[in-house]
Write a protein that binds this ligand. Structure first.
Ligand SMILES: *Cc1c(COP(=O)(O)O)cnc(C)c1O
Length: 457
């Protein structure tokens, strides 16, 4: 097939699969982005290197980003946005923060990787451990997925048990054992949620609903002395924002202790986000292992897991649980992490950011309430989630998939008004320190207009 025919062919089959992208006059231009996307589809599956970027559940072609500065983003067509996605959470100081950029450039001038220890690793570890009561030792890796995968292996090695209990609606990266969803019934073995995962792997994972003590108790009864760890997102924030009761989190701590299972907080989003001590500090619950990612790398690829010195002594070369990484503790990535976390450790940082966010979301909630819109914003720290609902949502089951139609309209209209949210109604938004009161005021007005459009249609 020559290239031209191939092109015709592929655009035809694409059109059959996805709805026709129709640009209305009132929509912002996405011409250049559409061109880049066509090209990207020749190189990458779905045209992207991570699936949600493909805009499958919102309107139109994905925006290709050209640059970011502070709370703003610019796409390839020159459109400017106030960004509430913030690279899915890492950019708590906003884009292109001068302190991070300067530190990265300074360190890069001495080389980019050695595969040998550097003082920078000590510096980032010290910054974290001195300001976080919940871990004594840490190991740096290169992504959140890698952190969780290692934490699971550590828990299994430490307890000499195999089974993992996870919650429906929590995402822990693309770890084989955790790409599982609940089957039918209260306590179930996971069913794989991706092709390519052996059934036998999924059978080591038990899936239960969030905020449900009875289901967790039942699982511990059914799998007595087999559960290595219970893993939960610090605050589940990958499938809506499902804020758990403190009582439930405390219950998990107790039942794990009683059964000699480890409690893992996956703090890849919440770590350094809802406070320097993340969800552990927020709930004041001591997990056995914590995982970090996103913010910890200041926008570069860093993950980490930490625990007590005793548990961490199981990791090689001290212990028998193997875990390694060619680029782990990479000096450039450490530099970005040090620069970002140094700002976060300053007194008052979180209070200012969280207060600003609370003011922002409560104004939007008030507007929706005044107009009797079925709309709620769930929020913790500087994380927020727009939900088209009238009732408090704490479990994945409570989210009505039909409400996503409303998000689709909202997302399109927000882009048209210069507001960028992650392209899925299941994703949360983030406020950064770079969002000024004026930016938030502007965003609020755009959101009010969009709510009117969504609910008057
Ligand atoms: C993003 C995320 C991960 C995966 O991190 P990656 O860096 O994307 O591999 C794991 N757990 C949670 C809670 C996350 O939000």
């Amino acid at each position: 097939m020559n290239n031209f025919i191939k092109k015709l062919f592929s655009s035809k089959s694409d059109a059959a699969k996805s709805p026709v992208f129709h640009v209305d006059k009132q929509d912002i231009s996405r011409e250049r982005s559409a061109e880049l996307y066509e090209k990207a589809k020749q190189y990458f599956p779905g045209g992207v290197n991570s699936p949600v970027r493909a805009f499958k559940s919102v309107y139109g072609t994905p925006l290709f980003i050209e640059k970011g500065d502070g709370c703003h983003l610019w796409d390839a067509d020159g459109n400017q946005f106030i960004d509430f996605c913030c690279s899915w959470g890492p950019l708590i100081l906003g884009h292109n923060h001068p302190k991070i950029r300067e530190k990265v450039v300074e360190v890069m001038q001495h080389g980019m990787s050695f595969g040998a220890p550097t003082a920078l690793e000590n510096e980032l570890a010290e910054l974290i451990i001195k300001n976080n009561r919940y871990i004594e030792k840490i190991r740096f890796v290169s992504s959140g997925t890698e952190a969780v995968m290692s934490a699971i292996r550590l828990a299994r090695g430490y307890t000499k048990r195999d089974k993992i209990l996870k919650f429906e609606g929590c995402y822990h990266g693309h770890v084989d054992a955790l790409l599982v969803k609940a089957g039918s019934g209260l306590v179930t073995f996971g069913e794989t949620s991706s092709a390519g995962i052996p059934k036998s792997f999924a059978e080591e994972t038990i899936v239960v609903p969030l905020n449900d003590e009875k289901a967790v108790k039942e699982a511990f009864k059914q799998f007595k002395n087999q559960i290595a760890a219970v893993i939960i997102e610090g605050v589940p924030a990958n499938n809506g924002l499902l804020i758990q009761d403190k009582k439930f989190v405390e219950f998990l701590r107790e039942i794990c202790t009683k059964n000699k299972s480890l409690l893992i907080f996956d703090e890849v989003i919440t770590g350094f986000r809802i406070g320097f001590e993340g969800a552990a500090g927020y709930y004041q619950v001591q997990p056995d292992i914590l995982t970090y990612g996103k913010i910890i790398g200041g926008g570069l690829p860093v993950g980490a897991y930490g625990a007590s010195a005793e548990i961490m002594s199981q990791i090689s070369p001290d212990g028998a649980v193997y875990q390694a990484g060619t680029l782990s503790g990479n000096p450039v990535a450490m530099a970005a992490g040090i620069a970002q976390l140094s700002e976060l450790a300053k007194p008052g940082f979180y209070k200012e950011l969280n207060d600003k966010t609370a003011e922002f979301v409560s104004a939007i909630q008030r507007y929706a309430d005044t107009h009797n819109y079925s709309f709620m914003i769930f929020s913790v720290g500087s994380i927020f989630w727009f939900a088209f609902t009238e009732q408090c949502i704490q479990t994945a089951e409570a989210i009505d998939p039909k409400s996503m139609d409303k998000f689709r309209i909202m997302h399109r209209e927000l882009l048209n008004r210069g507001i960028y949210l992650g392209p899925s109604g299941y994703e949360v938004g983030f406020v950064s320190a770079a969002h000024s009161k004026t930016d938030l005021e502007k965003a609020k007005r755009a959101i009010f207009e969009c709510l009117d459009i969504v609910f008057k249609k």
